[in-house]
Design a protein around this ligand. Structure first.
Ligand code: NCD
Length: 308
């Protein structure tokens, strides 16, 4: 499938073949970086990196990807520093930036906001996180990490733990792994923060066995345990956040009671849901996961600009 000009808005829009192609190009980008660190593949391209919500990894790894491809970024790093602060609509921002660049990466707080921008812009748009909606590039780098750590994406038991309601990464990961015949998804969360019903229904339609639990020990029997932060900024009631924060803390003694080959992942930033005594375990993949973000984002940028 030719990716040239294509928007990357949600993992629900991608096929198994798309995922495999993206994994393959990501592998090539990793080799490229290890060989020559900066290429001239996109040296005639300018990429907009518009971040209207806080970010460390996603924005910096996109910018690193842009530089390593020899392209140039124009960047907005907060809503306060763009015309969003003056009340400009997402569609108007998109139509304007569209005239400046070859591709647009956007993170903003409205679920569906990246789609609004993609509909308004001719240039391809990559969703870097749309509120509590989706975060497809995170799920794709998560897949690349799983492939590296496990050697395959097929037939895995994947546990997702924490804030499954507001956590967009686990929404995207659920759709991303779905074509690879997961043995089971274990959704481990307090009842109030369980996976949205529409996503559970979509997974059931794809015949994926789902187990909902509040017990992290069940999650620790999986092949992959994907921890998430309780998404404080998405709660309407701060008292509810106070009640639910700290629901799950994975520490070394808990890990030692689980599957000894488990791969521990986290999109980061962590607050307190993984104790630092887990970091030295070979199972802890979350910093390797963060580094993979650069290769994956290079791959996507090269693909949507028609250069890979
Ligand atoms: C995630 C996000 O922004 O959704 N972070 C990231 O992109 N690595 C997860 C989070 O903020 O909890």
């Amino acid at each position: 499938m030719n990716f040239k000009g294509r928007d990357i808005l949600s993992t629900a829009d991608l096929t198994k073949e798309d995922f495999l192609e993206i994994m393959e190009v990501t592998g090539k980008m990793e080799e490229l970086v290890k060989k020559e660190s900066v290429s001239d593949l996109l040296s005639d391209k300018i990429i907009a990196v518009l971040f209207m919500e806080p970010s460390t990894r996603t924005r910096l790894s996109f910018e690193t990807a842009v530089h390593r491809l020899g392209a140039r970024p124009i960047t907005v790093s907060s809503a306060a520093s763009s015309s969003a602060a003056k009340g400009e609509s997402l569609a108007d921002t998109a139509k304007t930036v569209d005239g400046y660049v070859d591709a647009i990466v956007v993170r903003q707080p409205l679920k569906g906001g990246a789609k609004i921008m993609a509909d308004a812009a001719k240039a391809p748009v990559i969703n870097g996180g749309d509120g509590a909606g989706q975060h497809p590039t995170q799920a794709l780098l998560d897949m690349y990490t799983i492939l590296n750590e496990k050697g395959s994406l097929e037939k895995l038991k994947v546990a997702m733990v924490g804030d499954l309601k507001y956590g967009r990464t686990v929404h995207s990961l659920s759709y991303a792994m779905a074509p690879f015949s997961p043995k089971e998804y274990i959704y481990c969360a307090p009842d109030e923060l369980q996976m949205p019903e529409d996503i559970v229904a979509d997974m059931e339609k794809k015949s994926i066995p789902i187990k909902k639990t509040q017990d992290i020990n069940e999650a620790l029997q999986a092949d992959i345990i994907y921890m998430t932060r309780i998404q404080r900024e998405r709660f309407e009631d701060p008292a509810e956040y106070e009640r639910l924060k700290g629901s799950y803390v994975l520490n070394r003694s808990l890990v030692e009671k689980g599957n000894k080959d488990i791969v521990i992942m986290h999109p980061l930033p962590r607050v307190d849901e993984i104790a630092t005594d887990v970091d030295d375990l070979p199972n802890a993949a979350y910093f390797r996961q963060a580094h993979n973000g650069v290769y994956l984002r290079m791959a996507l940028l090269a693909m949507i600009t028609g250069r890979a």
